[in-house]
Design a protein around this ligand. Sequence first.
Ligand code: 5AD
Ligand code: SF4
Length: 478
Amino acid sequence: MLKYIEMDYKLPDLTCARKRTREDVNRRVFNIEEKLLSIGKDKYYLIKTHGCQANERDSENIAGLLEKIGYTKTLDESKADIVIINTCAIREGAEDKVFGELGALKRYKTLNPNMIIGICGCMAQEERTVKTILDKYKQVNLIFGTHNINDLPRLISNIYEENRKSIEVYSIEGEVIEDIPSVRTSSHKASVNIMYGCNKFCAYCIVPYTRGKERSRLLEDVVKEVEELVNNGYKEVTLLGQNVNAYGKDLDADYDFSDLLEAVAKTNIKRIRFMTSHPWDFNDKMIEVIKNNSNIMPYIHLPLQSGSDNVLKVMNRRYTSQTYKELFDKLKTNLPNFAFTTDIIVAFPGESEEDFNKTLEMVDYCKYDNAFTFIFSPREGTPAYNMENLIPQEEKNRRLSVLNEKVSYYANLNNKKYQDKIVEVLVDGPSKKNPNIYSGYIPEGKLVNFKGKCNVGDIVKVKITEALSFSLNGEQVE
Ligand code: 5AD
Ligand code: SF4
């Protein structure tokens, strides 16, 4: 540890990351020193992004910052002067991929010793991971966390000016910084952060440690961003937060998520989605707003995690299978044609065969349109990391495949309802393999591949000719 402190590194600290105080969140607007504006002139950047939509949105900000200081985008590692890997720490598998990529980048650094190799995102917030990188992946000379993306220009400048590594990660509750430059990856769909962090501390989850405390953006800032997107021709926004239903609770304001949704629905944006809802804070007012605004898409992602009350309790999920069912029934009754998806973890420590069967029963009850299913992955620093009663690997795999079979059965059954129907597709673009085949999403969030002639960002009518479990095929009719 000492040797890193001596080298003027700022390393992550899990104990600090766990802290939650009542102190007000610091809010500020991004600014940049004049002298940093040309440090990337005639240089190229490449960003590799892992993980969720929050990371993808962060990568748009990283791209924005790099372009602000003069860098140009490339997809070619051999041309890149800086490669940044924006990492995910949610499961071990996600981390392994990053270590593989770092290994592969070593070769390019040998060819170009001035290349900066940077690591950011959730892995950069983990104590043990950063130490592993410093000890074993010497090619990395830039590490920054989820809280100081805005500092990237200064951190790069330190490397050039002082010919040293820049390692700066803060384990703090976090701020809200508006107007960080951004280069969006799509010209018709956009993610809009409405809040950052998470206070739920589910026993298995690393996110509250890597992303800090729940803190909302002001309603007027979110609406302004959506209005700008509409003016720039965007058709769809996804409002992002780890737990969007808790939006506004940290603010001294008289609005909540339903008010925000309504305000966004009043803009001229054609499609609104939101991710992710926690069953705990989903209230009736939200259901009313969703029901009454046709530009809020008929799709809800409602993570279940487990159908067993015993497991839910140890997971610290704050609901029971009964209260989840009650919410689900209420949503189904009020929003009859909506699609529902979920997240499920199998083989949580101590999950018995009976507990697992309760999860299967819940899938039978809810008949989800799709479910993202995971084997429990122990994350250092979380309460579940040290839990005993682990399930053997073979049994973990068996549970996952039994669950997946059930999930695809209902996915298929739900998709069959679309056979021969005409649906509206927001076009993402032509397929790379066949320029006559396009793909896009229907309001219910299902992927459609179709024959047609249209442009990216069009909303076109497509007749469904074939329903598969996880996508639909069709032909454009208008
Ligand atoms: N192991 C397995 N799955 C996890 N998730 C979060 N943490 C873990 C973990 N340690 C899953 C949850 C969450 C989704 C984003 O990832 O299901 O909803
Ligand atoms: Fe993780 Fe739970 Fe927060 Fe979701 S609500 S990010 S699963 S701690």
